[in-house]
Design a binder for this molecule. Structure first.
Ligand code: VTB
Length: 328
C-alpha cells in the first residue's frame, strides 16, 4: 500500500541519532545549550536526508521562522515513499548536556503519515507512564496513592519498593509530597521526561513510573516508544495560562479528556530510536578515544516488537569522508 512503511528502517534511523549524539557529545558540560543543540540538529538533518523516505517533521525544533532546521513542516528524506511523520528531539535535555548531567539523549520517532498528534498551542501535558508489567494499572483520574498501590500490585511489590521519576519543578510540589507520604521512592530529575518515561518502561533501570507535567511534544515522542514496548501512558492537556485555556476552548478541546498512547500515535508501524549523549540509567553516553567514539542506542519497531540495544564504535575520520557531517 502506498504510504505504508514496508521496510525496516531501524538501522538507517539509528545512524541519524548516532550522528547527532557524536556531534552533541563534544559539548558536554561546556555550558552552551544552543551550540550543543545546533550541532545535533545539523548532523541529524544531514543524515535524515540520506534516508529513502518522504518525511514531514511534525514535532521539531519549532516554527520555521524561529528554527532554521528541522522546523515543524520541514520535509526530510530523499525518496517519495514511504510517506512518514517524523518527530525529533535532537537533544532531549539541553541543560543536562550543558551541565554534564545524566540522561541527555537524542530521540527520533517515525510513523505513518498523519498518525502523530500534536497540539501546537498547548505546550504541556500531565502524564503517568509505566512499563508492560503495569500496563492497565494506571488511571490519571485517580489519586496518586491509588496509582502507586495499583502499580505495586501489578508488579508484585510493595509501594515502598517503587521508584517514581518526576521532573523537579515547583508545580510538582503536591505530587512529590503525596508520593513521599505514600512511602514510595523518588528520583527527581532536572529535565528530560522522555528519558524518564523510557526508564519507567524498560527493565533494569530501577524506575517504575513517570508522573507529572512535561512537554506535549515529549508526550507524543514517549508514546511512540511505549507503543513499541507495550508500556502504558495516560495524559491530559495542561494549559499554563489564560491564552492556552482559550486556545483549548477555541479548538473544541476538553481539558479533562484522557489521552492514551493510541490517541497520541495511531500508527501501527512506529519506529523509535534514541542514542545516549551523557551517561544515564537507560543508555551510556558518547565516549571518545583517538579518532573514534562509542555510542549506545536503543532501537524499537512496533510491527515486530523487537527492541535492540546497539553499541557502536565509530571511526570519525572515515565517517567525515563518507558523509557531509564534520565529525571531530
Ligand atoms: C519539559 C520536559 C522536557 O523540558 O518540556 C521540560 O517535557 C520543560 O519544563 O523533557 P519547564 O518548562 O517546566 O522547565 C524538558 O525537561 C527537556 O526538554
Amino acid at each position: 500500500m502506498s504510504g505504508t512503511i514496508s521496510r525496516n528502517l531501524s538501522l538507517e534511523l539509528v545512524r541519524v541519532t548516532e550522528a547527532a549524539a557524536l556531534m552533541a557529545g563534544r559539548w558536554m558540560g561546556r555550558g552552551e545549550k544552543e551550540a550543543a543543540d545546533g550541532a545535533a540538529v545539523d548532523a541529524m538533518r544531514q543524515v535524515l536526508n540520506t534516508i529513502e523516505m518522504e518525511g514531514i517533521v511534525v514535532i521539531g525544533e519549532g516554527e520555521k521562522d524561529e528554527a532554521p532546521m528541522l522546523y515543524t513542516g520541514e520535509r526530510v528524506g530523499c525518496a517519495d515513499q514511504p510517506k512518514v511523520d517524523i518527530a525529533v528531539d535532537p537533544v532531549e535535555g539541553t541543560r543536562l548536556l550543558a551541565q554534564g548531567m545524566p540522561n541527555s539523549i537524542v530521540v527520533l520517532a517515525v510513523a505513518e503519515r498523519g498518525t502523530l498528534y500534536m497540539w501546537q498551542d498547548i505546550a504541556y501535558m500531565e502524564k503517568i507512564a509505566v512499563g508492560p508489567d503495569a500496563a492497565g494499572a494506571i488511571d490519571i483520574e485517580a489519586p496518586v496513592e491509588t496509582n502507586l498501590v495499583r502499580v505495586a500490585a501489578a508488579k508484585g511489590v510493595d509501594v515502598s519498593d517503587l521508584t517514581v521519576v518526576i521532573l523537579d519543578r515547583p508545580r510538582h510540589e503536591e505530587i512529590i509530597r503525596r508520593v513521599r507520604e505514600a512511602g514510595a521512592r523518588m528520583k527527581l530529575i532536572m529535565d528530560g521526561d522522555v528519558a524518564g518515561g523510557l526508564m519507567a518502561a524498560m527493565p533494569g533501570t530501577g524506575i517504575d513510573l513517570l508522573m507529572g507535567v512535561g512537554g506535549s511534544p515529549e508526550a507524543v515522542i514517549t508514546a511512540c516508544a511505549l507503543r513499541c514496548v507495550g508500556g502504558d501512558m495516560q495524559t491530559r492537556l495542561w494549559p499554563r495560562n489564560d491564552d492556552e485555556r482559550q486556545a483549548l476552548v477555541d479548538q473544541g478541546l476538553d481539558q479533562s479528556r484522557v489521552y492514551s498512547i493510541d490517541d497520541l500515535v495511531t500508527s501501527e508501524d512506529v519506529f523509535f530510536v534514541a542514542t545516549g549523549i551523557t551517561d544515564g540509567e537507560l543508555l551510556k553516553g558518547v565516549h571518545y578515544f583517538p579518532d573514534g567514539a562509542t555510542t549506545h542506542s536503543l532501537v524499537m519497531r512496533e510491527r515486530s516488537g523487537t527492541v535492540r540495544y546497539i553499541e557502536s564504535t565509530h571511526r570519525l575520520s572515515k565517517l567525515r569522508d563518507l558523509t557531509n557531517v564534520p565529525f571531530d
